[in-house]
Design a protein around this ligand. Structure first.
Ligand code: UD1
Length: 343
């Protein structure tokens, strides 16, 4: 079978996708600079699938590293590009890092795809491109709003770069996937999210609070125009999300669509508030999450959730995990991290 290059394949969504690719029979090579992950993730992938993916430690912004990788693996036919910096807050302080990492990686890959006979690239985008949407649920036709962070801007620019390169006649296809809020961990608890330092995202902060690493979860605002006043998101299980990548890459490699570029929202279609999510977690796990209401977080969107109909119909993909199961998986992963002495 054609080999898939997974950039950022030891990261959170990348590692779950490598598992699904291998379970679908694809040989994989990962490139990752381990800037926000570690080698043990590869052991976790091997324990789940029985297959150790090939791994190259390297930085995708370095053209020589990537050229050598394509020379070493002439059977690469598809790319899934996860290699990117992803913290919204950090991007406000380190914009050059974000533009350099996220855009140079993409440009290098696009540059090397044609000469190396790669048929397609799946790109990790985000619902952040919709900003504060005029209507929910959000379809792919909703207008793109001006980005509020360099991180968000790299996603918008990346989508434009891919579109321009393909419209200019590049000999490959692309599927752009706009994720809503990916959460949870593999049900085996062998892999999951490994936040660096104090988590900025809700679920890792919540599970660290539940286990006692953090004292209290701050709920950022209860005065939004939502039923309980807290923000609404579409929390999508990371394994469900990973499966969509396998379908997307297969679709390109097997030429199942005439379109050279396709864009899909990946969400559940359900909007869930922060307070509701805390309740679901507590009920699913039986563990209490001490929390307090604090002021709004600058830059937060009030409410956004997906209309995933297009992905459901065209990709034949649907999020199937319940939120309760997803919360149990996040908790099992947090317990595993403690067992391993990681945190
Ligand atoms: C953000 C980005 C998104 C990115 C994602 C992962 C924007 C608009 N969104 O999503 O593109 O893919 O991070 O990095 O840039 N919350 C609390 N307390 C906390 C943490 C979060 O109440 O301690 C609330 C937030 O206010 C929000 C929800 O939980 O309503 C989810 O927050 P978070 O997990 O940080 O993700 P987003 O901000 O939605």
């Amino acid at each position: 079978m054609d080999r898939i290059l997974v950039t950022g394949g030891t990261g959170y969504i990348g590692s779950h996708t490598v598992v699904e690719l291998q379970q679908a029979g694809y040989p994989v090579v990962i490139i990752d600079d381990l800037s926000n992950s570690n080698r043990e993730v590869i052991d976790g992938i091997e324990r789940i699938t029985g297959i150790r993916p090939d791994f190259v430690e390297g930085d995708c912004t370095d053209m020589q590293t990537l050229s050598k990788l394509f020379a070493d693996y002439p059977d690469i036919k598809g790319i899934i590009n996860f290699a990117a910096s992803k913290a919204v807050g950090e991007s406000m302080h380190k914009p050059i890092l974000y533009y350099r990492n996220n855009l140079n990686t993409l440009l290098n890959l696009l540059d090397l795809m044609g000469p190396n006979g790669v048929k397609g690239i799946v790109f990790s985008s985000s619902c952040t491109v919709y900003g504060e949407p005029d209507e929910n649920p959000v379809t792919e036709k909703a207008p793109i709003k001006k980005a509020t962070s360099p991180y968000g801007n790299t996603k918008q620019i990346s989508e434009e770069i891919i579109t321009d390169v393909i419209n200019a006649g590049a000999p490959f296809k692309s599927v752009i996937l706009r994720y809503f809020n990916p959460v949870g961990a593999h049900p085996s608890a062998e892999i999951g999210e490994l936040p660096n330092g104090v988590p900025q995202n809700l679920i890792p902060y919540l599970t660290q609070t539940a286990i006692g690493i953090r004292q209290e979860l701050s709920v950022f605002g209860n005065d939004y125009d939502t039923p309980d006043g807290s923000c609404i998101r579409d929390y999508i299980n990371v394994v469900d999300l990973a499966k969509a990548h396998v379908i997307a890459v297969k679709r390109m490699l097997e030429n199942k669509s005439d379109a050279k570029i396709e864009i899909f929202n990946l969400g559940t279609g359900n909007g869930v508030s922060v307070l509701e999510l805390i309740n679901v977690f507590e009920e699913a796990t039986g563990v209490k999450v001490p929390h307090k209401i604090v002021g709004r977080r600058a830059g937060d969107i009030e409410k956004v959730w997906a209309n995933p109909t297009y992905a459901n119909e065209v990709l034949g993909w649907k999020a199937t995990s319940t939120l309760a199961d997803t919360m149990r998986s996040a908790w099992a992963w947090q317990l595993k991290l403690r067992e391993r002495g990681v945190m």
